[in-house]
Design a protein around this ligand. Sequence first.
Ligand code: AMP
Ligand code: MG
Length: 410
Amino acid sequence: MLSFEQARQAILENITPTGNEQISLMDAVGRVLAEDIDAPWDMPLWDNSAMDGYAVRSSDCSTIPCRLEVTGYIPAGALADGIEVMPGCAVKIMTGAPIPKGADAVVPVEETEAISEEQVTFNEPVKTRQHIRFRGEDVLAGERIMAAGTIIRPPETSMLASFGRALVPVHRRPIVAILSTGDELIEVGRTPGAGEIVNSNTLALAAAVREAGAIPRIIGIARDNLECHRDKLQEGLKADVLVTSAGVSAGERDLVRIVLEELGVKQVFWKVGIKPGKPTAFGMKENIPVFSLPGNPVSSMITFEEFVRPALLRMMGHRQVIRPTFRAVLRDDVRNKESDRTAFLRIRLEREDNRFYASTSGKQQTGLLKTMVNAAAIAVIPPGRGFLAAGEEVDVHFFGNYIDLLEEGR
Ligand code: AMP
Ligand code: MG
């Protein structure tokens, strides 16, 4: 049986980024750039004023107060062609407007006193080059502004927009087929009768796929017979990724792995040393990753989080595919039966005096959904730890992107 880390490694070794697509910059936030981008021109493209004020020759202003004759005006958007600041003169200028010939400094309007339309005085010393943004000062033409693999956030959007990139090459978002299996399942919206269970996994997994930035495609429910499994799994294999839930334990009705093999999926592993989630299987059909997650709602969500999400992120070009972990102090003793496996504890997380504290979000049986709802984070307990005492530090990571689930300390 593979360890948690070995299993995740085995998955990631099989995953490569999906192809590229050109999308509108408007839609690109959160996506990952698929090509390097170099600056097509200098930025700024010409020397321009950083302030509303007066363009001057700094040598004219060596003694203050200094009085100059105003000989011109350059608003933003105007050209400075034909305008020159002559000795003893100043040109009124707006932020962003081009610096006229002769000028080597801008005096902000706040530091001036206009005697008339034609005359201005200032009382502050003037330094050469002050309040001018020089051509290429930010970026030089040809400079690498963004490497492939960069996540497009608002700052990257601003940079790309500044260089006129209306379309950007990004990694495609994979389509993830989601298939639930089981004769006991009924669709959401109906009230379950005796022996019936609402198919919550499909929607939970679809939500997780969306949250990761990929595109869910719901295949529905495969009933516990070979025909239905063949039919639905085949349909699922038309997507970029297939995720199934349930039917992957060792029960006689657990048909997922049998039919996947029949359909040409090469199993990479089945069963991992984790708790919950031991019966998880992973395989590849050519370049389509196939994740067979356990049916238990908690197990399917945790195995999605720990195995499927990193794979989807890698497919979308992300470099950091595993959530950062940090240390938190246990509030309570933790007893870990079957400690030969890595345990994922569902925890609440508090911060007090700049330290993080983990407390259980409820009983840790995998059947209990409320504990999952109340959990902000997951503590990852390595194998071999049957008992952890309150006060010990453990590795934790957020579950989801919701840092606001962090509570204020008691
Ligand atoms: P199985 O792996 O098929 O034995 O399922 C394990 C447990 O998960 C059983 O209690 C199932 O009823 C439950 N389960 C399976 N599939 C789903 C689903 N789609 N939604 C909610 N619970 C499920
Ligand atoms: Mg079943």
